[in-house]
Design a binder for this molecule. Structure first.
Ligand SMILES: Nc1ncnc2c1ncn2[C@@H]1O[C@H](COP(=O)(O)OP(=O)(O)OP(=O)(O)O)[C@@H](O)[C@H]1O
Ligand SMILES: [Mg+2]
Length: 268
């Protein structure tokens, strides 16, 4: 859909959506991420779990360019994101979309959903009649109907607002979506609906996803692989089933033991 890269389709699918090499991130004297290495292959969903304050959001935000790397490299679709400037940087920003926990903070209360989605499609000309068909299709993907276009964020439930935030990210068909605790604030039943929807989209959308979550059971439902973070370090990474069944790191074992009921949670 986009022409933001010169690689052809075959080369793109072989290139990882994202690759982080020896990434360090500090905020002043606080060294938050230590030598992170992470590969997100095209079309895969990688879970990122770990205790509060371990650095999950910091990593996600560094992948989108909200945080700056102190050292190391962040490749998006094979290109070094940390070294980009100007127009190229703005183009690349569309290739990585960040969905926060609370979409209320990212959906403008004074704009209709149509205006917000049109603006994401075309920041300079947020004219939603021009983009009408794309917006209707995007809403359909998250199981909302076209009447949403004329409404404002406060007219929706938390789960519906999160669907809108997901639609906005998906609509651009980015290489990578960072989903940062996107179901954590929702009731369990609404959470299950969103998870079902995300699973259903796996066949039609080939954006890769970094799925940040506290909930190991949800990660099992949504992700191919899982990376476990502790104190700014990725201590273990692998297919969800094998990491859960046979954790290689003591911290992972503790994390698994601390979650009541997980693993083994199922939707159906
Ligand atoms: N902009 C910032 N300035 C200073 N310190 C920050 C900033 N962002 C994060 N930190 C610090 O980095 C550490 C990791 O925070 P981060 O938000 O990445 O953790 P997290 O794993 O996402 O936690 P949670 O599960 O609670 O969301 C914390 O100690 C936090 O205080
Ligand atoms: Mg966080």
């Amino acid at each position: 859909m986009t022409t933001t890269t010169t690689l052809d389709a075959a080369a793109l699918s072989a290139t990882p959506a994202a690759e982080v090499r020896n990434l360090n991130v500090s905020f002043g004297p606080a060294h938050v991420l230590h030598d992170i290495n992470l590969r997100v292959p095209a079309n895969t969903v990688i879970g990122l779990v770990g205790e509060s304050g371990s650095g999950k959001s910091t990593l996600g935000k560094t992948l989108v360019g909200i945080n700056r790397a102190s050292s190391g490299d962040v490749f998006i679709a094979g290109e070094d994101f940390t070294k980009m400037r100007g127009r190229r940087m703005r183009q690349m920003r569309r290739e990585v979309q960040y969905i926060p926990q609370d979409p209320y903070s990212s959906l403008s209360p004074r704009r209709t959903i149509g205006q917000t989605l049109a603006e994401a499609l075309d920041p300079r000309r947020g004219n939603h009649t021009a983009h009408h068909d794309t917006i209707v299709a995007a809403l359909e993907e998250v199981k909302l109907d076209a009447t949403a276009i004329e409404k404002y964020p406060h007219e929706f439930s938390g789960g519906q607002r999160q669907r809108i935030a997901i639609a906005r990210a998906l609509m651009l068909r980015p290489r990578l979506i960072i989903a940062d605790e996107i179901t954590s604030a929702l009731d369990v039943s609404v959470q299950a609906e969103i998870i079902r929807m995300l699973r259903g989209l796996r066949g039609t959308v080939d954006s890769a996803m970094l799925f940040i979550s506290h909930n190991l059971a949800v990660v099992q439902q949504v992700c191919d692989d899982v990376a476990v973070m502790s104190n700014g370090v990725i201590v273990e990474q692998g297919p969800v089933a094998s990491v859960y069944r046979n954790p290689q790191h003591e911290y992972t074992a503790e994390l698994l033991a601390s979650v009541p009921g997980a693993p083994g949670f199922t939707l159906d």
